[in-house]
Design a protein around this ligand. Structure first.
Ligand SMILES: [Fe+2]
Ligand SMILES: [Fe+2]
Length: 237
């Protein structure tokens, strides 16, 4: 919770987060349209289309709110960093290759992603008490995410009455693994940066010193070479 408070306190970071959320929601909507095209289940197709419309609307709401914040406070000074390693908007639908999923795996993935989005948006709404406009956007969207979370579970139980528990666990583990990879790659980036800085200040100076010393010893101008090195026509030296 304190980290979320820190992330959302700053207006610039808030605008950037909202814009990123907007992209994730719109991408999610696109994935759901593709899922609606691919499924052979008529009820799922209707639900996916409804779901896609919701995600598209969420994208627009986030973008409008980011624009309103920008309008109210002037242009951004500089990009602020913070929380890039967190899952994108809780959905993480961008990790998904819709064409490879069956109805069961798709529903399990969606349920886990929507549940995570719902709990994340609840936290965001709580930490945004000082910004009622943005808080209202999260409350509005949260209502839809609860519906997405519930319908995906009901439909998963319908299409996979026996194995829906296993499907859910697998989806949770995959999500956990992707979160681990995201954090690990951020840490690897930090470590890589630190090693490069150490190399710059510890390994390079002796070479720079040697190069300078060699340059000092070099005689200026033309240097005559030995005559026996000067007459071989078959090689350069
Ligand atoms: Fe959404
Ligand atoms: Fe959703």
């Amino acid at each position: 919770m304190p980290i979320h408070r820190w992330i959302w306190r700053d207006r610039e970071r808030r605008v950037q987060k909202l814009l990123r959320f907007s992209e994730t929601e719109t991408d999610g909507g696109r994935d759901l349209l593709r899922a609606a095209e691919l499924t052979s289940d008529p009820l799922l197709r209707r639900l996916y289309l409804l779901h896609a419309t919701d995600e598209q609307r969420h994208g627009i709401l986030f973008r409008r709110r980011a624009a309103a914040l920008l309008h109210a406070g002037g242009p951004l000074r500089e990009p602020r960093s913070g929380g890039e390693w967190l899952p994108p908007a809780g959905h993480g639908l961008d990790d998904l290759d819709v064409g490879l999923e069956s109805d069961e795996t798709m529903l399990a993935f969606l349920h886990v992603a929507e549940k995570s989005a719902a709990s994340r948006f609840t936290v965001y709404s709580e930490v945004l008490r000082s910004d009622p406009g943005t808080q209202h956007v999260f409350d509005d969207i949260l209502h839809d995410e609860m519906f997405h979370m519930n319908y995906t579970l009901t439909q998963l139980a319908r299409v996979s009455p026996e194995r829906h528990g296993t499907r859910l666990w697998r989806a949770r583990l995959t999500r956990l693994w992707k979160t681990y990879l995201r954090i690990a790659s951020s840490i690897a980036g930090l470590i890589g940066g630190a090693i490069l800085i150490i190399q710059y200040f510890v390994v390079l100076p002796p070479f720079a010193w040697l190069a300078k010393r060699a340059a000092r010893r070099e005689q200026p101008g033309w240097t005559a070479i030995a005559p026996e090195r000067n007459d071989a026509m078959r090689q350069q030296y």
